[in-house]
Design a protein around this ligand. Structure first.
Ligand code: GUN
Length: 291
């Protein structure tokens, strides 16, 4: 079997088009322009790339983008003061603090200082609790993007066996909650799971979010299963020339594509959907703020 490729890039473009339409209507009918503030502390190169991309796409769909680039030495008090200011700024409907933060800053404290209604990442403890109890919340963007692709591909996920490999607060845990919300039978597996291969082989849906390059081989995949690869890992690619690198996911794409029914590629799968969902969450936050 050769898997169908789930084209996250194309799907994300559709989501962005819908967001842009919504933004245009908000402007025309209500005179409101949604605004997203992104806070970056320090100069982590990968974070800089993400933040630039978020800013560009925010503007491309017609929203206002407010970028706050802070020195790596920024104190916790100064960062909290900025968040407080953004919490009270009526032009800002969504706030995202790019993670990871430098080590001297307390990530939990910073995230929980964001007004939950503006927490477009869905990381605030209130939103985590709301999601866990099936109430209306801001939903973390990466798992939301994965869920949208799964629903688009399958229609209903009811009764499917889903295995999430990875237990992070950003992806693994909220992904499991969302799949449970769609009536999957959910297993969260991780680096300490015994016989991970056997656990993954039971899955109709595999979501790999461990951050280890090509960790899931094809022979762990049940024939016909759907594989969602959240990993974005840069590895050496000597075949492309000295010093060259390439991006790979957490699954062995070629091996898994031989067995799976459908699979997301890296790049071009989950990644583009994450930012599209961030834009959608910002519009949602704006609509909720304005009744
Ligand atoms: N760093 C890596 N992924 C994310 C994300 O989804 N949100 C934020 N704020 N930081 C990240």
């Amino acid at each position: 079997m050769t898997a169908e490729i789930i084209d996250g890039k194309a799907f994300a473009a559709e989501v962005r088009d819908k967001v842009a339409g919504h933004v245009a209507r908000l402007k025309e009918e209500h005179g409101i322009t949604p605004g997203l503030a992104v806070v970056l502390v320090g100069e982590d190169p990968a974070s800089q790339v993400y933040v630039r991309s978020k800013g560009k796409q925010t503007v491309d769909v017609g929203m206002n983008s407010y970028e706050h680039k802070l020195d790596v030495e920024t104190s916790q008090a100064d960062l909290l003061a900025l968040i407080e200011q953004l919490n009270h700024d009526p032009a800002v409907h969504g706030i995202l603090v790019q993670l990871p933060l430098p080590r001297h800053l307390d990530e939990d404290l910073v995230i929980n200082a964001i007004d939950p209604a503006k927490d477009v990442d869905g990381f605030h403890i209130s939103n985590v609790g709301l999601l866990g109890t099936g109430q209306k919340s801001m939903v973390p963007c990466t798992p939301l993007g994965c869920l949208m692709m799964l629903r688009h591909h399958h229609g209903s996920l009811l009764g499917m066996n889903a295995v999430v490999v990875g237990r992070s607060n950003i992806v693994g845990k909220p992904m499991a909650q969302l799949l449970l919300g769609d009536s999957c039978t959910v297993t969260i597996a991780h680096s300490r799971t015994k016989d991970l291969a056997a656990v993954v082989r039971r899955a109709d849906i595999v979501v790999a979010a461990v951050g280890r390059p090509e960790m899931v081989p094809g022979d762990w995949i049940k024939p016909g299963a759907t594989v969602i690869d959240v990993g974005i890992n840069r590895v050496d690619a000597p075949e492309k020339g000295a010093g060259k690198t390439r991006l790979v996911g957490d699954v062995d794409f070629a091996g898994c594509a031989e067995v799976a029914g459908a699979i997301t590629p890296v790049p071009g799968g989950v990644g583009p959907m994450t930012i599209a969902c961030l834009l959608a969450n910002t519009v949602t936050a704006c609509c909720r703020a304005n009744g």
